[in-house]
Design a protein around this ligand. Structure first.
Ligand SMILES: [Zn+2]
Length: 96
């Protein structure tokens, strides 16, 4: 998943460089203005995409998280509230 974020950033950076070079070739004020009109929503979309990818990355990673039971040291999934080995109540232990 981290690879996807890296690739999206690499694509964004190369596109950004391409547009800088492309717009830099046009030495008129219209070209500079057109560049700004393009780059602001572009950067906004890229930021949004990165946030979405980061959230997906965090959500998918937390799915396979495990913790050790404090009573019997058995490895239990985070979403499970009672230990499968000894019946230890994680919710009670957390104070909920
Ligand atoms: Zn246990």
């Amino acid at each position: 998943m981290k690879k996807v974020i890296l690739i999206s950033n690499a694509v964004a950076f190369s596109l950004f460089l391409w547009f800088v070079l492309f717009m830099g070739a046009e030495d008129s004020t219209v070209g500079a203005f057109g560049f700004l009109i393009f780059i602001i929503p572009f950067l906004f979309i890229m930021t949004l995409l990165n946030v979405v990818l980061y959230v997906i990355f965090r959500v998918t990673r937390s799915k396979d998280k495990t913790r050790a039971c404090p009573a019997c040291a058995r490895v239990v999934e985070v979403g499970i509230t009672t230990c499968g080995g000894c019946g230890f109540d994680f919710m009670k232990a957390a104070g909920n």
